[in-house]
Design a protein around this ligand. Structure first.
Ligand code: S3P
Length: 440
């Protein structure tokens, strides 16, 4: 189903059923990029077929690999052992992860490439990646404003470096490590607050040697330049950031029991689940197993009486994409949920603090916005009755649709088309659980 107009969520009867979340977005980007970088064939099972990932697939092909969807729904990447100058501009669409990681990979090769993106991506900061890559020897020309897309990268001749993270960003860490693969000497990234480690794990799956250690300064990931990758098989588990939406609906709609199967449980991604449990959520995990080098499990959410808590700031990196849906569930919790130390939310696909604060307030929820966070004071009875501005942000849209599944009045979102960037089939999946979400 595609939508060009408004979608509306209405108070729903109990949601029940078991579903699978789409493939993890972070792992899907990396599987395609590393497949293109490796020698030989990579097969990817469970790839997220969202718009962000399809943009990365086209980019990897433009850099010289062969990328195909096979008859059984898997993907095959035939890598050539390196990236070449593409014939046109690389358009990464809405995907910050796509463009920042691709810059890292491309910087390691003797090529020139222009990167661009949609209106949202053109507003996001790029110097956090171009800065360290310049220190390694890459050169950049800004096509318009400094720090923003479009930009042209001239790669090759890199030297390894030691980089100390100033923001807890897996995108920055990954760009530097990926560039380091084709730099002279060693590259290391020091993280005072550890961010998701899919790049380190997946590089190993493709045959690279990556050392990770805990030191007094934080977690250190390092690798030696000049390593060659070999194609492999990647099984992408379900995305915990996407699973969060049906699970949140299960928590807030009375009588619900919702299971999402095969959810990735990497501890650097599960801050939201821990937070919900501390808020009193009846959230259980069964059938824990290993898949695609990650622990996965089946997560069940039952309707729960939630209580507000203060989310520890050091947990932010492990749930940075989940604060929008956390704030929607906090709207139904008794008392205040305090979310601080999350200024990074302002430079995601939209300014997520400001948009969630505005959307929740329009639905009658008490919200206090701060420069680096927000506080939501909930009640079991949320008024709703608004059409919320999403500023083309998929997670803002899905969070408000979930909010509307138990509000007095319906909640509508203005731009549901963007949901397909990370969660194609979201509406059908939610409807299958019994949610009332319809085009209006
Ligand atoms: C991602 C890292 C996060 C996250 C994004 C995916 C990744 O960004 O918000 O959706 O796959 O590395 P930062 O690392 O910049 O916080």
């Amino acid at each position: 189903m595609t939508f060009s107009e408004i979608l509306t969520a209405r108070r729903s009867r109990a949601l029940t059923g078991a579903v699978r979340a789409p493939g993890d977005k972070s792992m899907s980007h990396r599987a395609l990029m590393l497949g293109g970088l490796a020698m030989g064939d990579t097969t990817i099972e469970g790839l997220l077929e969202g718009d962000d990932i399809l943009a990365t697939a086209r980019a990897v092909e433009a850099f010289g690999a062969l990328v195909q969807r096979t008859g059984d729904g898997a993907w095959r990447v035939e890598g050539r052992g390196g990236y070449q100058t593409p014939s046109g501009v690389i358009d990464c669409g809405n995907a910050g992860t796509g463009v920042r990681l691709l810059m890292g990979v491309a910087a390691g090769f003797d090529l020139s490439v222009t990167f661009d993106g949609d209106a949202s991506l053109r507003k996001r900061p790029m110097k956090r990646v171009t800065g360290p890559l310049s220190d390694m020897g890459a050169r950049f020309d800004w096509g318009g404003a400094e720090d923003r897309l479009p930009l042209t990268l001239h790669g090759g001749g890199l030297k390894g470096m030691v980089y100390r993270q100033t923001v807890a960003s897996a995108q920055v860490k990954s760009a530097i490590l990926l560039a380091g693969l084709n730099a002279a000497g060693e590259t290391a990234v020091i993280e005072p607050e550890p961010s998701r480690d899919h790049t380190e794990r997946m590089l190993r799956a493709f045959g690279a040697v990556v050392y990770v250690s805990e030191t007094g300064e934080g977690r250190v990931a390092r690798l030696q330049g000049g390593q060659r990758l070999t194609g492999t098989h990647v099984a992408v588990p379900g995305d915990p950031s996407s699973a969060a939406f049906p699970l949140a609906a299960g928590l807030i709609v009375p009588g619900s029991v919702v299971t999402v199967e095969g959810v990735m449980l990497n501890p650097l991604r599960t801050g939201l689940f821990q937070t919900w449990i501390e808020m009193g959520a009846d959230l259980t995990i069964a059938n824990r197993r290993m898949a695609g080098g990650e622990e996965v499990g089946d997560v069940t959410a039952r309707h729960s009486a939630l209580k507000g808590i203060t989310v520890p700031t050091e947990r932010a990196a492990s749930m940075i994409d989940e604060y929008p849906i956390l704030s929607a569930t906090a709207a139904y919790a008794e008392g205040a949920t305090v979310m601080r130390g999350i200024g990074e939310m302002r430079v995601k696909e939209s300014d997520r603090i400001s948009l969630m604060a505005a959307g929740l307030a329009a639905c009658g929820v008490k919200v206090e916005e701060e420069p680096e966070g927000f506080i939501v004071t909930g009640s079991p009875c949320v008024q709703g009755g608004a059409t919320v501005r999403t500023a083309h942000d998929h997670r803002i849209a899905m969070s408000h649709l979930v909010l509307g599944l138990n509000s007095e009045e319906p909640v509508a979102v203005d731009d549901p088309g963007m949901i397909a960037t990370s969660f194609p089939g979201f509406v059908e999946l939610m409807q299958g659980l019994g949610a009332s979400i319809e085009p209006r």
